[in-house]
Design a protein around this ligand. Structure first.
Ligand code: HEC
Ligand code: HEC
Ligand code: HEC
Length: 116
């Protein structure tokens, strides 16, 4: 009994990893990037990416950190683009192929901000 249960658990975990893997490999986009038909190469520099996109690619369309900080200067709790953490890689907060997640809240803060 015990063995069947742990094999089932392993199979279940493998299935989840497989599903997550295929979403990444297909490079499925969400939100405004999907609507604006942003291409793989715009971010990855290639149509067949095998590693994460660099922050410099994001900056080429979205301007520098200063410009981003200007966009979010009125966010009440803290400016996500200008704070004591310096210039953090965009993907620390903005998920491109996965939901976004504010890394400030990983154990330190409890900000009530929504990241697109
Ligand atoms: C708007 C920018 C952007 C676009 C457009 C984009 N990607 Fe990505 N991609 C990223 C970022 C950032 C990561 C790493 C973080 C993440 O997964 O959100 C990533 C990660 C990946 C990975 C995982 C690489 C690894 O091993 O870490 C693959 C594969 C990938 N993208 C494929 C694609 C494909 C295929 C397309 C086009 C259909 C595409 N991406 C379009 C930004 C982009
Ligand atoms: C080829 C140009 C281009 C590149 C490269 C690009 N973006 Fe965008 N992005 C856009 C456009 C166009 C929009 C929609 C209009 C806007 O908000 O400026 C957008 C919207 C966004 C939004 C608002 C999200 C939403 O769904 O409303 C975020 C956040 C964002 N981009 C982050 C990133 C990050 C992080 C990267 C790098 C991994 C990146 N972008 C790369 C063009 C680009
Ligand atoms: C510390 C987390 C964090 C990092 C790192 C970060 N952002 Fe953001 N970003 C946010 C949050 C939070 C918002 C939404 C603020 C609000 O308006 O409430 C935002 C908003 C944005 C928007 C405006 C979206 C809209 O509402 O139209 C863009 C574009 C954007 N970020 C791009 C970037 C790019 C490009 C980088 C990397 C150079 C980056 N961000 C790095 C947290 C982050």
């Amino acid at each position: 009994m015990r063995n069947t249960k742990s094999i089932n658990t392993i199979l279940f975990i493998m299935l989840i990893l497989l599903a997550a893997g295929s979403v990444l490999a297909s490079g499925e986009l969400r939100g405004a990037h999907k609507e604006n038909e942003i291409q793989c190469a715009d971010c990855h520099g290639t149509d067949t990416p095998d590693s994460a996109a660099k922050t410099s690619a994001c900056l080429s369309c979205h301007g520098d950190y200063k410009a981003l900080a200007e966009l979010t200067k009125d966010v009440e709790e803290a400016n996500p683009h200008d704070n004591h953490m310096g210039e953090q890689p965009c993907k620390e907060c903005h998920g491109i192929h996965k939901p976004s997640k504010l890394f400030c809240n990983d154990g330190c803060h409890n900000f009530d901000m929504t990241v697109k």
